[in-house]
Write a new protein. Structure first.
Length: 450
C-alpha cells in the first residue's frame, strides 16, 4: 500500500448496510452405529489410482485382506480399524501406480480424489492416516457451505494473526514468513485448529487470484446437492450443475491442523460457527486498523499482511490527512515497486528456521506473544519516529520492491524438505504405494434432510 497525498480532497461515499447473518444450523448429531469378512463393493482405475471400496465385518480380517493384497500397512492396524468396522464404515482404498505419477522438481504430485457420501455426523475420519505416519503431519481442510463458516466441535479453535504490517523484505520471502507465523501460532496454541480463511467463496478483497466460479463449485462437489440441500440423483459426470448451486452465497472456510502420532485422540467433528471478520483495510472507531478476528454479521476473515510506503512528497496544506492508503502514485520512482496482490505459494516447501518474525513486522500480535521489532506505521506518520532503514534480509538479499501482500493459499508443512510424511520416488517398474484411506479434504457441507 502507498499513502495517498495527505492534501488531496477525497470524494465522500455513503456507507452501505452490512449483509445480515444467516441462521445457525443445529449441531451435528453423533452417528451410531467369505472367509475374512471383507467385501469388495466396487473397484475401478482413475488417473494414477487403483481404487477399491471395501466393507468389513471384522477388523482383523480387514487387516489380513489388505496384507494379502500387498497394501503397505503397519503391524497392529486392526486396532485402529476396529472402531470404524464396528460403525459399519466403508473403506476407500487407493493404490498409487508410480509409473503414472507426475513429478515436479523431483517431487510426486498426486491428483486430487473426489468422494461424496451421506452422513448424519459431519466428521472427517483422519485417525486412519496415523497408520502410515512417520511423524508430524499437516492437514488442511477447505469447507464449502451455503450455511456459513465451520469450525471444530471437539478441538480448540484459533484464528491466524492477521493485518500485520511487514517489512518490504518479506515480499520475496512471503511463503517463509507465513510458514514461520503459522509455526509460532501453533507453538502458542498446542493442539488447536487454526482458521486461516472464512469468506464468501465468490468474492475476495484484495484478490490474489480468480474467485471461485459456479463451475468450480460444481467440480468441488456442489453438483451433488439438491435444491433442498440433500443429495441430487447421481450425475453422469462431475461438474453437472445441481439445483442448489445458485440459491445461496457459498462460504469457504480453510482450517489447518498439525498433529503428531499421539496428537489425534478423536476424528475431526465439524460444527457451524458464527461469522467472523478480520484482515481487512477497515478502520475502527479509534482510527486504528482492526486486528485479529471478531464476531460480525457476515464472514470476511483472511490472513492478510501489508507493506506500506508512507508519503514522501511535499505536504503543502493547512490540514493534511495522514494514513489514507491505496495504490501507487501514477508519477515518480515510487511506482517502480508496484505489482498485483501476491499470495504465499508452496508454503509446504518453504524453508524453516531462517526467518525471525520480530525484525520484519511493524505490528504487535499479542495473541502469539509477538512484539514488533520495527517502528509502527502510526508512529512514523505521527512524527514520533523517523522511517527507519529497511530491515535486513536474513540471507543478505536485496529488499524486494513490490508491496501488496495477501492471504496464503497453500498449506504449510513442518518438514523443511516438504511433503510432510510422503516418500515417493520415480521408478521404472509399477511398484505400488499403498494408501490405506484417501481422504477428500475439500468438504461440501449441508445438513441432512429427513
Amino acid at each position: 500500500y502507498w499513502e495517498q497525498d495527505p492534501c488531496a480532497v477525497m470524494p465522500q461515499y455513503e456507507a452501505l448496510p452490512m449483509p445480515s447473518a444467516t441462521g445457525m444450523m443445529r449441531e451435528a448429531r453423533a452417528g451410531g452405529g467369505g472367509g475374512l469378512g471383507v467385501t469388495v463393493e466396487a473397484q475401478f482405475e482413475v488417473g494414477e489410482y487403483e481404487i477399491v471400496i471395501l466393507s468389513a465385518r471384522d477388523s482383523d480380517g480387514l487387516e489380513t485382506w489388505l496384507r494379502r493384497e500387498e497394501y503397505n500397512i503397519p503391524e497392529g492396524a486392526s486396532e485402529a480399524l476396529r472402531p470404524y468396522v464396528e460403525q459399519g464404515t466403508k473403506f476407500f482404498v487407493a493404490r498409487v501406480n508410480v509409473e503414472r505419477v507426475t513429478f515436479e522438481n523431483g517431487r510426486a504430485v498426486l491428483s486430487p480424489l473426489r468422494v461424496h457420501y451421506d452422513t448424519e455426523t459431519f466428521a472427517l475420519p483422519v485417525r486412519l492416516g496415523l497408520l502410515n505416519s512417520s511423524g508430524t503431519q499437516d492437514l488442511v481442510v477447505h469447507v464449502l457451505s451455503p450455511e456459513g463458516r465451520y469450525e471444530l466441535a471437539n478441538y480448540e479453535n484459533v484464528t491466524i494473526p492477521t493485518n500485520l504490517d511487514v517489512a518490504e523484505a518479506v515480499r520475496e520471502r512471503f511463503a517463509e514468513f507465513y510458514a514461520t507465523l503459522f509455526d509460532r501460532t501453533i507453538e502458542r496454541n498446542p493442539g488447536a485448529v487454526v482458521t486461516e480463511y472464512a469468506w464468501q467463496a465468490t468474492s475476495c478483497d484484495p484478490c490474489p487470484g480468480p474467485v471461485v466460479t459456479q463451475q468450480d463449485l460444481a467440480t468441488l462437489g456442489a453438483d451433488v446437492l439438491g435444491p433442498a440441500g440433500g443429495p441430487n440423483p447421481p450425475s453422469p459426470r462431475p461438474g453437472v450443475f445441481g439445483g442448489f448451486m445458485g440459491t445461496s452465497p457459498w462460504v469457504l472456510t480453510r482450517l489447518h491442523y498439525r498433529y503428531g502420532t499421539d496428537g489425534l485422540d478423536e476424528d475431526l467433528v465439524f460444527r457451524r460457527a458464527e461469522p467472523i471478520v478480520g484482515g481487512r483495510e477497515f478502520l475502527q472507531d479509534d482510527g486504528g486498523l482492526e486486528h485479529g478476528s471478531r464476531p460480525a454479521a457476515a464472514n470476511n476473515f483472511q490472513a492478510r499482511y501489508a507493506i506500506r510506503h508512507p508519503w514522501t512528497g511535499p505536504i503543502a496544506c493547512e490540514n493534511p490527512v495522514r494514513g489514507r492508503w491505496g495504490g501507487p502514485p501514477s508519477e515518480g520512482h515510487i511506482n517502480e515497486g508496484s505489482g498485483p496482490t501476491a499470495a504465499a505459494q508452496n508454503t509446504a516447501f518453504a524453508p524453516r528456521g531462517g526467518l525471525e518474525l520480530a525484525p520484519v513486522v511493524r505490528t504487535d500480535a499479542p495473541e502469539i506473544g509477538l512484539e514488533a521489532g520495527l517502528t509502527s506505521i502510526a508512529d512514523i506518520l505521527s512524527g514520533a519516529a523517523p522511517a527507519e532503514a529497511q530491515a535486513p534480509d536474513d540471507e543478505g538479499e536485496e529488499p524486494a520492491e513490490e508491496a501488496a501482500e495477501a492471504p496464503a493459499d497453500t498449506p504449510p508443512a513442518e518438514s523443511s524438505s516438504g511433503c510432510g510424511s510422503c516418500t515417493v520416488q520415480a521408478r521404472t517398474t509399477p511398484v505400488a504405494m499403498a494408501g490405506l484411506v484417501a481422504l477428500g479434504l475439500l468438504l461440501v457441507a449441508t445438513r441432512r434432510r429427513r
